[in-house]
Unconditional design. Structure first.
Length: 732
């Protein structure tokens, strides 16, 4: 090779070295100026998008918390529910402002903010209005406003705006993830190209190759850190099952929330088809396949339904499936989010059941009140006719006795209706449940007969309770009779007493239950059991599964009403063919009272007298028969239909010794106010009240006010004579 060729080769080599160095330098500048900032900015944009989505979801959750707290307070009157209402009411506006700030650079999202703010303010105003209605008009008016679902459209409108905002952010998320992937690919290409060119430079290129490899390692470390942060974000969520499916529906990724909710570890489930989470009925109906097809066609799939855990138990879930596509738009899989909403659904069902039972109580209480007056007149008319009937008319007497028996039966039904509606008058006293159950068992053996085996289980250290002993015995007897009817061929009845504690978890799914200590009385049988549909209606008045004429359907409703009026709780557990257990919970009272409840003595016969009695009653027939009965007992009787007439008679007859008055009177003055005015004028006057059901004038929380004498309708001559003589002879 000539000198000229060597020089030419040298210059060519030098030119190549210089050109390679300059090219490598340019590539490094390009990566530093364009690619590296984009790689750093990508994770921040993704994190910002997730924050926007989370903020939008928190707005919906805050509105739900506010609504749930407001409705819980309206239905139960428990002020503890207002904590959720206040928190939700405070958080929702603040979250809207946060969303406004986070989306300040997004014109599309900014257009939604005023609409969302208006919907949120409207919903919060509607919740506050319901609370104002309760304060002004009472709980019933507020509950009616809630049941009208006036705010449903407002909530749906707000959710549509929130969903639209979330959908927009998901689109941005997909775009940003795509751009980050492109920049990562470009960065790797540039690094590799620089490395290859550097390797061509034998002497000077060594340093450039090391630099290129160092840059590649830095880029890979940044990508791994980004992947780790994303993995921590997804795997750290435990309230949601978040996992990824391939295009065929096989599980590819599995987070901690999915393991907690579904019960499978990642090793057990990855590679398995997601249809195994569905019920057999849904799989046969093609629901999993339909879900994926809908997600592809409409961009997402949302539904609620039953899902199956690893142990075979079912849970009610909310499901969201989104299709995943690469930058070219090709479907690469699905993102699936599942949430267990069984507790929320159970709470909604419990609230609905509580509202239904309360409405039924209002209705039956009003019917029983009016019916009591009718029965009162019929029974007293029968007794008067029977007393005046000649002894030589046995055929007529037989029919009168028939009417009397049916009138007594109607009175019994009315009392059961009053028990269900929690308007019967109770006489609660401290009771040792163990002693009461032992006494009741003796009665049950006589009533149920030899075909039923009875077992009583009592426990040491049973707490005392405050309850009406007679009504509690009646409740247990009703349960025992129902159990006997469910055991057609005989069986075993178990009555158990034990202490119990109802915690926050139990109370959250039973709106009428307060957290605390209770005595539990369980009545269990080995009978035919109940289906869930029957259990849901078992406490409803007049609901029965017996043959026509075999029962009134008021036994369990009477038990339910008595327990609620006593501050307790009743719960049914049953399965077809497995028998039934009814658990009665009565609140514990502290300490151990010295004496148990003893029944009030009864008078043997109607009393007589000559005193002057003023009877005040707005029902004409009731007033007439009351005067008739008292006159037959020898009393001098004056009558009035309202408070004004009664006061005029008092001025004309200052010798009145007993005021016998109905509590509910027309004209704006009730019986309690009338009695107070009479006693102001005649301090030694005796007062006896009467009513068809409990009224707040003299009865509070099911208890008769101290020092008050009351005779419940319907009453007969004997009970009226006994009570009048008792009050005149030394009653207060």
């Amino acid at each position: 090779m000539t000198i000229r060729n060597l020089l030419r080769l040298l210059w060519l080599g030098m030119a190549l070295i210089v050109a390679s160095s300059l090219l490598h330098l340019w590539l490094e500048i390009y990566r530093g100026v364009k690619v590296a900032p984009q790689l750093q900015r990508g994770p921040a944009l993704v994190a910002h998008t997730y924050e926007v989505i989370a903020t939008a979801q928190n707005i919906d959750r805050a509105l739900q918390d506010a609504e749930r707290g407001e409705r819980g307070f309206l239905i139960t009157g428990n002020a503890a529910h207002l904590q959720d209402y206040r928190k939700g009411s405070n958080d929702a506006p603040a979250l809207v402002e946060k969303l406004r700030t986070l989306t300040a650079d997004n014109p599309e999202q900014q257009q939604r903010i005023p609409v969302l703010q208006e919907q949120v303010n409207s919903k919060l105003a509607e919740l506050k209005n319901n609370l104002d209605i309760r304060e002004r008009k009472g709980p019933e008016a507020a509950q009616q406003a809630v049941l009208a679902n006036i705010g449903l459209n407002t909530m749906e409108s707000a959710r549509k705006v929130i969903d639209a905002a979330i959908d927009t952010e998901r689109v941005l998320l997909a775009e940003r993830l795509g751009r980050s992937e492109e920049y990562e690919k470009e960065g790797r290409k540039v690094a590799v190209a620089g490395g290859v060119l550097a390797l061509a430079v034998l002497v000077v290129g060594v340093a450039m190759v090391l630099l290129a490899f160092r840059n590649i390692l830095r880029s890979e470390a940044a990508r791994r850190r980004s992947d780790e942060r994303y993995g921590l974000l997804i795997k750290g969520v435990t309230d949601y099952a978040i996992y990824m499916l391939d295009v065929d529906g096989n599980v590819m990724e599995w987070n901690a929330g999915a393991e907690r909710i579904k019960g499978y570890t990642a090793e057990e489930i990855i590679g398995q088809h997601f249809s195994r989470f569905y019920t057999e009925e849904d799989r046969n109906a093609g629901v999993p396949r339909h879900a994926l097809e809908t997600a592809v066609q409409k961009g997402k799939y949302e539904a609620e339904g039953w899902r199956v855990r690893k142990d075979g138990n079912r849970f009610y879930a909310s499901v969201l499936i989104d299709p995943l596509r690469d930058v070219s738009g090709k479907l690469v899989g699905f993102a699936k989010i599942t949430r267990d909403i069984g507790e929320r659904v159970q709470q909604q069902q419990a609230l609905a059941q509580y509202a239904k039972m309360d409405a039924l109580g209002q209705l039956t209480g009003g019917i029983a009140h009016d019916f009591n007056n009718l029965i009162h007149v019929i029974r007293n008319a029968i007794e008067i006719v029977q007393r005046r009937l000649p002894a030589n008319a046995p055929d007529v007497s037989e029919y009168i006795n028939m009417v009397k028996r049916n009138a007594d039966r109607a009175a019994s039904l009315t009392q059961r209706l009053l028990a269900f509606s929690r308007r019967q008058v109770l006489d609660p006293k401290p009771i040792n449940p163990n002693s009461l159950i032992v006494d009741v068992t003796t009665l049950l053996r006589q009533v149920l007969g030899e075909s039923t085996e009875i077992e009583t289980v009592v426990s040491a250290g049973i707490w005392w309770v405050n309850a009406d002993a007679n009504q509690l015995e009646t409740a247990i007897l009703n349960l025992a009779l129902n159990a006997r009817d469910a055991m057609n061929r005989g069986g075993k009845l178990t009555v158990e007493v034990t202490n119990a504690f109802l915690d926050e978890s139990y109370a959250s799914s039973h709106p009428d239950v307060k957290v605390g200590q209770y005595v539990m009385i369980a009545v269990s049988d080995t009978g035919s059991g109940m289906t869930k549909e029957v259990m849901d209606k078992a406490f409803d008045p007049f609901f029965t599964t017996k043959e026509v004429g075999q029962g009134t359907g008021l036994g369990l409703s009477q038990v339910y009403g008595f327990m609620k009026q006593s501050g307790g709780h009743a719960k049914i557990y049953s399965e077809p063919g497995e028998g039934t257990t009814v658990k009665l919970y009565l609140p514990r009272i502290p300490g151990s009272p010295v004496a148990e409840h003893q029944p009030n003595p009864r008078f043997a016969s109607a009393g007589t007298g000559t005193e002057t009695i003023l009877a005040v009653e707005d029902e004409d027939d009731v007033r007439q028969f009351t005067a008739e009965v008292l006159s037959e007992l020898g009393y001098r009787v004056l009558t009035a239909r309202d408070a004004a007439s009664a006061l005029r008679l008092l001025e004309e007859n200052p010798d009145i010794q007993l005021l016998f008055t109905d509590i509910g009177l027309p004209g704006g003055i009730n019986g309690r106010a009338l009695a107070d005015e009479f006693r102001r004028r005649l301090p030694n006057l005796k007062v006896l009240f009467t009513t068809g059901y409990t009224r707040n004038a003299i009865i509070h929380h099911g208890r008769l006010d101290p020092g008050v004498n009351l005779l419940l309708k319907p009453f007969n001559q004997i009970s009226l004579g006994e009570k009048v003589r008792q009050v005149l002879g030394g009653g207060k």
